[in-house]
Design a protein around this ligand. Structure first.
Ligand SMILES: *Cc1c(COP(=O)(O)O)cnc(C)c1O
Length: 370
């Protein structure tokens, strides 16, 4: 390249509210850039190295240990780095855990749990413990609304429904049944006590890194549940036995994720959680004080700290909002194509400045287009 890219200025003027793939911590991107051509004196890029080389084995082990520490998981958990996105876990979870004669319970709180439920039905017997479909996914069910089957194989939830912007304030009590959670869009955004989950999974591209790797943490006692004839690559036990190096892992995404995990450790999950609360409060306050111009989708007790969703008086104004906001450097604000409206994604790597600036833009836009 003839001239240096205007990286610093661009980043200064763009606030990335994309829902996923999403913003990454700036220091991580700079580190990736600095060691892209020569990984720590090896003379080659980490992308060009063998996944059996000590350099990569160290990254792999570090990322697993960091996740274990940050999620508060003991040695009884295997931490896996798989391909296929979180969506493949909609299949792998029931394939491994929903054995013949058993029933799995699903709590349906939005698009992602609808998909997970539908996939599980292809594998075995599914019971819907609660569905918020008729209320258009405006809230998380209360504990007393959950109707579990007798002795479920597991209970599946999605901790944060990215599309609608509803988030569990806390994990539900399953009465001892193994709890499985899709945490793709809020993993490590708050201290949630990973050991309360028998299995958790997350596509990396919202809070952990670039697209291409999915994190799965599974308690060891669940590893041997899978039917004997389940294909090798689809068995959690295959990956657990080989430290998630059974075949070529997504080397580059795991490498970047490991740097993001180091950044989370340095910052502290508590600090990140507090910042996430403040960021979301800025946006929800702008909604609540707009005199009804902005209408929040989720009920206050179920509002997501990661994806704030709201509507404007009509779709034309929503289109204008997205366009004018983009001109001011606020990118990625259009709601998911299935629901429309506005979605402000506020993942860990987003600082306070973006939401602060957006919270000023919102009343200004409402005044001009009231
Ligand atoms: C993005 C997302 C998914 C889908 O992830 P892929 O990696 O694209 O398969 C699943 N669940 C939730 C909660 C998500 O936010």
């Amino acid at each position: 390249m003839a001239t240096a890219p205007p990286a610093a200025t661009t980043a200064d003027h763009v606030y990335n509210f994309n829902a996923g793939p999403a913003i990454l911590p700036r220091p991580v991107l700079e580190e990736v850039q600095a060691e892209l051509l020569d990984y720590r004196g090896t003379g080659i890029s980490i992308m060009e190295a063998s996944h059996r080389a000590p350099e990569y084995e160290e990254i792999n082990a570090q990322a697993q240990e960091r996740l274990r520490r940050l999620l508060g998981l003991g040695e009884e958990y295997a931490v896996l780095f798989l391909g296929g996105g979180a969506t493949t876990q909609f299949d792998m979870v029931p394939m491994n855990l929903l054995t013949p004669g058993r029933t799995a319970d699903y709590v349906v709180t939005g698009n992602w749990t609808q998909k997970a439920r539908d996939e599980a039905r292809k594998i075995g017997s599914v019971h819907v413990a609660a569905s918020m479909e008729e209320e258009r996914f405006t809230r998380i069910p209360r504990q007393e609304e959950l109707r579990f089957s007798a002795d479920p194989a597991y209970v599946h939830i999605c901790s944060n429904e990215t599309v609608w912007g509803v988030q569990w304030p806390d994990a539900p009590d399953t009465g001892g049944a193994p709890l499985v959670a899709d945490m793709s869009s809020d993993i490590l955004s708050r201290p949630l006590g990973g050991s309360r989950f028998a299995l958790l999974y997350a596509g990396a591209q919202k809070n952990l890194g670039p697209a291409g790797v999915t994190v799965v943490a599974i308690r060891a006692d669940l590893l041997e549940r899978a039917p004997k004839d389940l294909p090798t690559m689809l068995r959690y036990a295959t990956h657990a036995k080989s430290k998630s190096l059974y075949n070529t892992p997504p080397v580059f995404p795991v490498y970047v994720m490991n740097l993001v995990l180091a950044w989370i450790e340095e910052t502290g999950v508590d600090v990140i959680a507090e910042r996430n609360r403040r960021k979301a409060a800025l946006i929800y306050d702008a909604v609540d004080t707009s005199g009804g111009y902005y209408r929040g989708h989720a009920e206050p007790g179920s509002r997501s700290l990661m994806n704030a969703t709201f509507r404007l008086p009509d779709e034309e104004k929503e289109t204008m909002f997205v366009r004018e906001a983009a001109e001011q450097g606020f990118v990625g604000l259009a709601g998911h194509r299935s629901v429309g409206g506005i979605r402000v994604s506020l993942y860990n790597a987003m600082g306070l400045e973006g939401p602060e600036a957006l919270a000023q833009f919102m009343p200004d836009f409402a005044a001009r287009h009231g």
